[in-house]
Design a protein around this ligand. Structure first.
Ligand code: GLU
Length: 376
């Protein structure tokens, strides 16, 4: 059964496994932890569990909480060092809070702190999948955050929206609910008169991207609508529904599933698990630029041949993940390269039959084989 409407998020058959992401501004207010609100949310999570749904929490708030304790300005986001220090302090309190509140409902919290590389590297990704699966089988509620204290700028997600979508992929969840400080996606800046909340979106097109207004409105989280749309793209590829709903109300899940207030991104497709992982990768080792003919051929399901490549960027090895871009800079696909960057550069624009003469060997005719490629 697929998720076709917001109420399906509360349906065990349509949504056996749900990821709920809670933004920083919901967890932490000016007076510290918004405990009463969180108790309400945890009661809803416990109700979902009682209905037979499995639940995974992606919780922000470590930086905000730690910054308050350490009295750091800009909510602990003034510098990377501040964010790392704040998270180290805040994460203890955050996990303790979840463990305590879930425990009151007889539920066991399990903390996982992940970095980008834990989900970008295939082996580590499968390892995270195994841990999540085991925890869910054992009846625990995984509570996940980015490992902000060790993550540097290059290796960090930086927002928990995309982390939640990647976690949903790894856990093979049915849906992700991003609880935020907005009701969903509006057709323009929600502050403008006449702005309409979109009930359903199919496909994160350029029109949809144009509706996003950028940064976080609370100034506390780091997400904003842009990262939520990126999360929706990752979920879409994996065949996972994603919902944006407001957490500014008591019982926020019921508001989404009962009153139907939120935006549902319905997935259009379902790539195989490996291709979904590849398509959801956020950092790639390089790029292959292709001409219009190759772009069209890729669209028809072909492999990428050297003849259609116009340029090579980055320093990648054979087997590394690369982006495939058209002349206008649009990313058409992600794929695993059959040759390293230097070899690709020598093959640019050449026919497959010439490859042996150019390289001294030509084990593969395609530069990216269609089985190792996912269209975006
Ligand atoms: N991981 C960050 C924290 O715990 C939050 C990231 C975000 O704002 O999405 O504070």
């Amino acid at each position: 059964m697929k998720i076709a409407r917001l109420s399906d998020l509360a349906d065990k058959a349509a949504c056996p496994r749900l990821v709920v992401k809670v933004g920083s501004s919901l967890l932490v207010g000016k007076e510290g932890v918004r405990r009463a609100w969180l108790e309400g949310l945890v009661a809803e999570l416990a109700a979902a569990r009682a209905r037979g749904q499995e639940v995974i929490v992606v919780s922000s708030g470590a930086i905000a909480l730690g910054a308050a304790t350490l009295r750091l300005d800009k909510g602990g986001r003034g510098s990377l060092a501040d964010a790392q220090a704040a998270a180290a302090v805040g994460q203890i309190a955050l996990s303790g809070l979840w463990a305590e509140l879930l425990g009151r409902h007889g539920l066991t919290a399990a903390q996982l702190l992940l970095t980008l590389e834990d989900l970008e590297d295939r082996r580590r990704y499968l390892n995270a999948t195994a841990t999540l699966t085991r925890l869910l089988d054992a009846g625990a509620v995984p509570v996940i955050n980015e490992n902000d204290s060790v993550a540097t700028q290059e290796i960090r997600f930086g927002d928990n929206d995309r982390l939640a979508a990647r976690v949903a992929q790894a856990a093979r969840a049915s849906a992700v609910l991003l609880l935020s400080d907005v009701d969903g996606l509006y057709d323009r800046n929600p502050a403008e008169p006449g702005a309409q909340l979109l009930a359903e979106v199919r496909g994160v097109t350029s029109e949809i991207h144009a509706m996003a207004t950028g940064g976080s409105s609370s100034g506390m989280g780091s997400g904003g609508m842009t990262s939520k749309l990126q999360a929706a793209e990752i979920a879409d590829l994996a065949g996972i529904a994603l919902v944006i709903g407001s957490g500014l109300h008591p019982a926020p899940i019921a508001r989404v599933t009962g009153q139907g207030i939120g935006t549902l991104f319905r997935p259009r497709r379902k790539a195989g698990a490996r291709k979904a992982w590849l398509g959801g990768r956020l950092r790639l080792k390089g790029a292959l630029l292709v001409d219009m003919g190759a772009a069209a051929a890729l669209g028809r399901g072909s492999s990428l041949l050297a003849a259609g490549i116009t340029g090579v960027e980055g320093d990648f090895q054979r087997g590394d993940a690369v982006a495939i871009r058209d002349g206008e800079g649009r990313v058409l696909a992600h794929g695993l390269a059959e040759y390293d960057a230097a070899e690709c550069a020598r093959l640019v624009g050449r026919q497959s039959g010439d490859q042996a003469a150019i390289l001294g060997y030509a084990p593969r005719s395609a530069v990216v084989h269609r089985d190792q490629l996912v269209l975006l």
